[in-house]
Design a binder for this molecule. Structure first.
Ligand code: HEM
Length: 223
């Protein structure tokens, strides 16, 4: 009965041909660590992607309890840590994951640079990758404010003050980023919206582009 149901749905959605197109693509020997020990460097991008999925999942659970306003942000974070079942673990995974991602993206970037994988025809994918890196840094910066403790408040103050030094538009840019003349309620709402809506939307779009271009251009090597 289940197989008939699955076949019925598949006939309508045509998922199998799409999946076969993705999954039947052969991975070249020089990228396979069981053939070449050094091939493990090719996994950095994939590991980054797995960590991103983990961030989405843990972030979704944190959003069930976190309240992004001046009165509740600190207390709701403390509530997650001390009262929610597995709350401390999920928060720690999200926290550690954010640092691990930056380490893995950097290693991935070094691998691309070291192998010259940014050269023709992959120049545009390097640019897409660099945008992904900026998006990841944006996640880190906006997420840091959310617990609304002293460390978050003063670190964000330092970070946001930097934009004042942009020539000509610095002061205006500060207003845009902070949502007012100083860091406060508007900044917190803004950072939360950017962290959970704007940046994930941008990330999904650029990841799709990154993966499409990897399929189109193939993987570099062998060396
Ligand atoms: C969110 C961050 C990123 C993810 C999830 C990601 C994911 C991946 C994956 C899975 C691959 C396939 C091969 C491999 O893993 O090495 C790849 C290839 C590539 N990535 Fe990224 N990447 C990210 C960031 C970057 C950055 C920051 C750059 C450079 C500025 C970059 C440039 C490239 C290029 C040029 C390739 C093609 C490499 C080749 O053909 O050998 N990526 N990426």
């Amino acid at each position: 009965m289940w197989t008939r149901l699955v076949r019925w749905i598949d006939e309508r959605l045509m998922v199998t041909p799409l999946w076969r197109d993705i999954a039947d693509h052969p991975v070249p020997d020089h990228v396979n660590p069981s053939e070449h020990v050094k091939a493990f460097v090719y996994c950095f991008g994939g590991v980054t992607f797995l960590l991103i999925i983990a961030q989405f999942v843990t972030g979704m659970f944190l959003a069930m309890y976190y309240v992004p306003d001046l009165v509740n942000s600190y207390t709701s974070t403390a509530y997650i840590m001390h009262h929610v079942i597995f709350g401390a673990q999920v928060l720690a995974m999200h926290n550690w994951g954010s640092s691990l991602i930056i380490i893995m993206v950097t290693l991935h970037m070094v691998r691309i640079y070291w192998m010259g994988a940014y050269r023709k025809p992959r120049e545009l994918n390097w640019v897409v990758g660099a945008t992904l890196m900026l998006l990841m840094l944006g996640f880190g910066f906006t997420g840091y404010l959310l617990p609304w403790d002293e460390k978050a408040y003063f670190a964000t103050q330092v970070g946001v003050n930097f934009v004042k030094y942009v020539p000509y538009i610095g002061n205006w840019l500060f207003l845009v980023v902070a949502g007012g003349s100083k860091i406060g309620a508007a900044t917190l709402s803004r950072f939360f919206a950017v962290h959970v809506l704007f940046l994930p939307a941008g990330l999904l779009a650029f990841l799709g582009l990154h993966f499409l271009m990897i399929r189109r251009n193939g993987i570099t090597g062998p060396y």
